[in-house]
Design a protein around this ligand. Structure first.
Ligand code: NAI
Ligand code: MG
Length: 591
């Protein structure tokens, strides 16, 4: 039904937030947005329409920045970097505090704009996105202040290229820009093409906060602008978005010397044991999967429910789903807003429709026409089903059952991702036993979606690497102060003592502390640069790799004490040193 009439059918009234403040801001900027470079907005073009997904209306026209415009922004960041670093921690802290304070003063404008541009409920942008973004700037102002004393051994990387997604536009901007600036870097940031608006307000705020020209640059555009930024002469790329683009960026930066952090997708398990506080677990799940329409990298999108309570839990969940209110994101009384763009909606629909396993339940609540999708639960799936494995990135929860804690862990870890995990139990011993076994960057116990600027966040496996927030996050925006010592001079190989003669020609792998023949029995000849045969090396196959991974998992290295590991590393170093000449000869013969 049309969005204008949907509320007539409901038993509650509307509480719309006034949007004029945001529309006025856009009008003041001539209805066009574009690059912010060297402390000022450059002339903008109407290359792409920026829309409000709830209504389809055009909010503004956006410039698709070209390679040259990206280069200009990078040059501006490069020129500003030495002075920004030299200014020192206290001076940078003052600017970061000013940014935080001004964002607070413009909090309503930012929240309204975020909901208009992204389609997320105003309740979320007002109470979560914007306050957390502000908190990141306050927190990192503190880190800038502390840097000379607490991180005196570290310095800035230089110029950071930052590419962010559309699900938390201003919050992702804060996660990227605040730590970078605190450590003395300058940045070129590219917001997502669906949601560039709050980044433009932030640019405005930079000018008011006394951010020196060139320290923060923002280029608007799509994937091609992002790719140009990856190719530009930056010292680091920080990316949050899809795993496929993350993979492209990793390939593009490999061997370039650019630092890289990737925060990618997930299919995070939400595990409920039979002794859990069920109503709390249901409420937590509502937040885990229907917060921001499920468009959350760490969404608890995979429900693993103990078999004994599955029916009861699903019934209570469905009753709660039916009460969720979907509607105008600017209405303060709605729970679920619009999907960010019709393209994302189509992806969600296609994934759900292609699913033939399991039973699909859509919330029995009126859904407006347009870019909306009802809260959905799919039960009776098996762990290997596509919908259990693939990220849907929408308001769709999938569910499967388990019987024992060990089985819960196994199903939870049966994923290519490893971003977050949630578990519910009233048994603290069980929680402490299970949590460390879950392959995830963050594990929440009897709660979900807990974030703070002081707590590092990030993933493992195909969810990416690197941490954002807290002390860990600062590592990704700084490097050791001293240049690494020059490598020790090795006496060049003189040609004496023919290398090939003392090489063990037996083809063996080294797995689990033992020499092992390759499973397939294959080996390859190794020749020196002059074509002389040096020996044979085994060729490992899948099985050998599996054995090696299993040996690694079983070895218990991580549980040894730091002291023991230090002893072993010293021992290795001593033995390597004793055989320096043998290694040098072999390297020389091979190269
Ligand atoms: P995307 O990964 O294409 O977009 C993220 C950002 O990367 C945007 O700013 C985009 O302009 C930029 N980008 C795109 N191609 C690029 C390239 N070749 N080089 C450099 N930058 C590039 O994500 P998209 O297409 O908007 O969403 C597709 C799927 O990605 C979603 O359905 C969801 O599964 C996942 N996703 C995950 C997010 C997360 O927070 N982990 C956020 C957004 C999307
Ligand atoms: Mg938009």
């Amino acid at each position: 039904m049309p969005i204008e009439t949907i509320f007539d059918t409901m038993e509650y009234g509307t509480a719309p937030e006034d949007r004029s403040v945001a529309l006025q801001w856009i009008a003041n900027h001539g209805g066009l947005i574009g690059p912010y470079v060297n402390g000022a907005f450059a002339p903008a073009r109407d290359d792409l329409a920026i829309r409000n997904p709830a209504t389809g209306e055009k909010l503004a026209g956006m410039t698709l920045c070209t390679k040259d415009e990206v280069t200009e922004a990078v040059q501006s960041a490069r020129a500003a970097q030495p002075d920004w670093q030299k200014a020192g921690g206290a001076a940078r802290a003052r600017v970061l505090y000013a940014l935080a304070r001004l964002m607070q003063k413009h909090a309503r404008l930012l929240a309204v704009m975020e909901s208009l541009d992204n389609g997320k409920p105003i309740r979320e942008s007002r109470d979560i996105d914007i306050p957390l973004a502000i908190r990141h700037f306050y927190h990192h102002a503190g880190h800038a202040q502390l840097m000379p004393s607490a991180l005196s051994d570290r310095v800035a990387l230089g110029v950071c290229g930052q590419i962010i997604p559309w699900n938390f536009p201003l919050l992702m901007l804060a996660w990227k820009i605040a730590p970078a600036l605190a450590m003395g870097n300058t940045v070129v940031l590219k917001p997502a093409e669906y949601t560039p608006m709050t980044a433009m307000i932030f640019a405005d705020i930079c000018s008011q906060a006394g951010v020196p020209p060139g320290v923060v640059n923002i280029v608007t555009g799509d994937g091609s602008t992002g790719a140009a930024l990856v190719d530009a002469t930056v010292d680091k790329i920080a990316f949050t978005g899809s795993t496929s683009v993350g993979r492209q960026i990793q390939e593009a930066t490999a061997g370039s010397g650019k630092s890289l952090t990737l925060e990618l997708g997930g299919k995070s398990p939400y595990i409920v044991f039979d002794d859990a506080d069920i109503d709390s677990a249901v409420e937590g799940l509502v937040d885990a999967i229907w917060f921001n329409q499920g468009q959350v990298c760490c969404a608890g999108s995979r429900l693993l429910i103990h078999e004994a309570i599955a029916d009861d839990f699903h019934n209570r969940l469905k009753a709660r789903m039916d009460k969720l209110r979907i509607g105008d994101p600017l209405d303060k009384s709605i729970d679920v807003g619009a999907i960010v763009d019709p393209i994302q909606l189509q992806q969600i629909q296609a994934l759900v429709q292609a699913n033939t396993a399991g039973q699909t339940y859509h919330a029995q609540t009126p859904v407006p026409e347009g870019c909306f999708y009802p809260p959905t639960l799919i039960t009776g799936l098996h762990p290997a089903d596509t919908l259990m494995q693939e990220e849907i990135f929408g308001p769709v929860l999938v569910s499967t059952t388990f019987r024992t804690p060990a089985e819960a862990v196994e199903i939870a870890n049966n994923s290519k991702y490893g971003l977050a995990a949630t578990l519910w139990t009233e048994n603290i011993n069980l929680a402490l036993e299970i949590a460390p076994k879950l392959v995830a960057g963050v594990v929440w116990v009897n709660a979900t979606n807990l974030f703070d600027a002081a707590a590092g966040f990030g993933g493992t496996r195909e969810s990416g690497f690197g941490r954002e927030g807290g002390w860990e996050g600062l590592q990704a925006y700084s490097k050791p102060r001293q240049p690494l010592p020059e490598p020790a001079q090795v006496t060049p190989f003189t040609g004496q003592g023919a290398a090939a003669d003392d090489i063990d020609r037996t083809a063996k792998l080294f797995i689990g502390g033992k020499q092992a023949r390759p499973d397939g029995g294959y080996s390859q000849a190794i020749f020196g640069p002059k074509g002389q045969l040096l020996g044979h090396a085994p060729i490992a196959n899948r099985k050998d790799i599996r054995n090696a991974v299993q040996a690694q998992l079983a070895c218990g290295w991580g549980k040894t004490t730091g002291h023991l590991r230090a002893q072993i590393l010293y021992y290795l170093a001593e033995n390597l040193a004793a055989q320096t000449n043998r290694f040098a000869e072999r390297l020389d013969a091979m190269t």
